[in-house]
Design a protein around this ligand. Sequence first.
Ligand code: ATP
Length: 242
Amino acid sequence: MTVVLKAVNLSKTFTLGNEQVHALRKVTLDIPQGSFVAVMGPSGSGKSTLLNLLGLLDHPDQGDVVLSGTPTRGLKDDALTLLRREKIGFIFQTFELIPTLSAEENILLTSELSGQLKQARSTLPALAERLGLTGRLRNRPSELSGGQRQRVAIARALINRPSVILADEPTGNLDSRNGREVLEIFQKGVTEEGWTVVMVTHDPAAALCAEKIIFLRDGEIVGETRTASPDARARIEEFVGV
Ligand SMILES: Nc1ncnc2c1ncn2[C@@H]1O[C@H](COP(=O)(O)OP(=O)(O)OP(=O)(O)O)[C@@H](O)[C@H]1O
């Protein structure tokens, strides 16, 4: 098993007025290559903080993130930016597309920034086909449905063939049908193309589409389950307090 992304003893504290908020406390986890892992937790449990640290968007106070075998602690911002561009694809709840650009321009923007435009252009047709976007590439985000916008965001995350995809509540703004479609895209990508996906979610149904669920509470990992395990549903219900 190759571990593509590793969190080692990650801690992060924020100061809010006079209060210290321990957003993450000594979180250690391994994300194997080709796996689909969900992170569940109540509001404020540290899910976004964890994803931001795993995605090298923020610095931990303690601990390290090891990406494709490279420890990242102490790397300068330029080096982190390069690593992030090359190895990580982000997907957000609110899509984060640029409204004045077409779907195609949005998808290719990061490739342009990282000098990979030629390769990305050759990858685009098959990726667009796979994501059902072939007829939509010239449209701007405002001309697309929520599901189509999220599929554009997925294409943007995937166009440079990242080592890992980090998705923060990717179905949070979608209706159930479009949400299911996004989850099926992840599942197929993982099983057929070897993608690695880490997905933060509140939604038990979404989490059950992953292979493994990690439960986060008050900044700590308090449990995990394989979704194939017979007691996975019971573990989720126990965790969310149903
Ligand atoms: N930039 C910040 N400054 C101060 N406190 C922060 C900051 N970011 C997060 N926090 C605090 O850290 C804790 C964890 O926040 P985080 O956003 O990681 O939780 P979450 O599980 O993603 O929540 P949600 O599901 O509501 O998005 C919260 O108490 C939050 O208020």
